[in-house]
Each structure stands twice: as structure tokens, then as C-alpha cells.
Design a protein. Structure first.
Length: 194
């Protein structure tokens, strides 16, 4: 394992979602018949309606973080999930109950951990997303357990290795954003998630 690499870059260094679209296309357009596309009001994965058509992975507006997050979902989704709209996940808008928010955290810790990898490959600061800003009481949910889940998953993948699609995208991002590193070179700290 090499020395830890700190890959945080100021926000004005050319980080654009269009660059992510190009990297995604180079990795997955031909192989997986999938396109990454911004401009959506809400993120959505739309599987192809017919054999041979292109699947579309929509991300919100032109948000860099949204694009990274949706790609993380795509890299994790198995074959059955890739045949379902939005990978078969439910969505509840702001105002989720505590139980709904716990169900969200159980599903989201893996994609957010992978998004953290991708963010590091781009030199972009990852931020945990609870996607539930109005929980009725007016108080933000306690994120400490969710942050620990994300952190533990990131460390688990560092020990066990990323899945092939995730690793291919990670290395392509490193080349595009000139952050040459391997997943083993990364340094994850729980304090980064505050």
C-alpha cells in the first residue's frame, strides 16, 4: 500500500458534469449500452424499453455530485436491478419518518461510500447526503451512524477491492482529472464526513 493521497482540489479547477459524462461514456456506453445525462429535475435510471436501446442514467441539473452518486448506483446494481426503473428502489420525498430514513440509510451507505471513492478520484469533496431535510420536527436527523456505515464500507472495499465496473470508472476518473492513484492509495477518515 502506498502513502495516503490527499485528493482535495479547489472547486474552480474544471470539475464539470460534462467531463463525467465523457468518462462514463468511455467506460460504459458500448459495453453496457448506458448513457449518463444531466438536466433532470430528479435523478432517475431509465432502463431501455427494448433490446438494443440505450439505458439512461439521469442526474439532477448539472450537479457534479449528483452525477457521481448516480454512477455509484449504476456500478453497484446487479443485472435484475438494472432492468428496473430507478433500479427498483422506492423513493419517499422530504418528511420521511424515522423508520423510512433508516431504510434509506441501509440502501444508501454503499452507493455513498462508492461516491466517496469517485469524488477522491476527481479531487472533489464528498458530502454525505441524507436527502431528507424536512423530517417533521424541524431538526436534521442524526447522521453519526450513517456516516460510520459509509466510512466502514469504504474501508471494506479498500481491503477487499472494488467491483470491476467501479474500479474501471475510478481509474478512468483518475486519468481524466489527473489524480493518479489506486484505491489502496486513498486515505479515508471519518472526520471527512462531518
Amino acid at each position: 500500500m502506498g502513502a495516503p493521497v490527499n485528493m482535495t482540489v479547489p472547486a474552480d479547477t474544471g470539475l464539470s458534469s460534462e467531463r463525467l459524462e465523457r468518462v462514463f461514456a468511455s467506460c460504459f456506453a458500448d459495453q453496457l449500452h448506458t448513457r449518463l445525462q444531466g438536466g433532470a429535475d430528479e435523478p432517475l435510471y431509465q432502463p431501455a424499453l427494448q433490446q438494443g436501446d440505450t439505458h439512461v442514467l439521469y442526474y439532477r441539473a448539472d450537479y457534479f455530485a449528483s452525477a457521481l452518486h448516480e454512477v455509484a448506483h449504476r456500478c453497484i446494481a446487479g443485472a435484475a436491478r438494472r432492468r428496473q426503473v430507478d433500479f427498483g428502489y422506492w423513493y419517499a420525498p422530504d418528511g420521511r419518518s424515522r423508520d423510512q430514513q433508516q431504510a434509506f440509510a441501509a440502501v444508501e451507505s454503499k452507493p455513498q461510500a462508492l461516491e466517496w471513492y469517485f469524488a477522491k478520484a476527481c479531487g472533489y469533496r464528498f458530502r454525505v447526503s441524507v436527502d431528507n431535510l424536512d423530517i417533521g420536527s424541524g431538526e436534521l436527523p442524526d447522521l453519526s451512524n450513517f456516516r460510520r456505515q459509509i466510512y466502514q464500507q469504504a474501508l471494506c472495499w479498500q481491503r477487499e477491492g472494488l467491483a470491476s465496473r467501479a474500479e474501471a470508472f475510478f481509474h478512468s476518473l483518475c486519468r481524466e482529472f489527473d489524480t493518479p492513484a489506486t484505491p489502496d492509495d486513498l486515505h479515508f477518515m471519518l472526520a471527512e464526513l462531518d
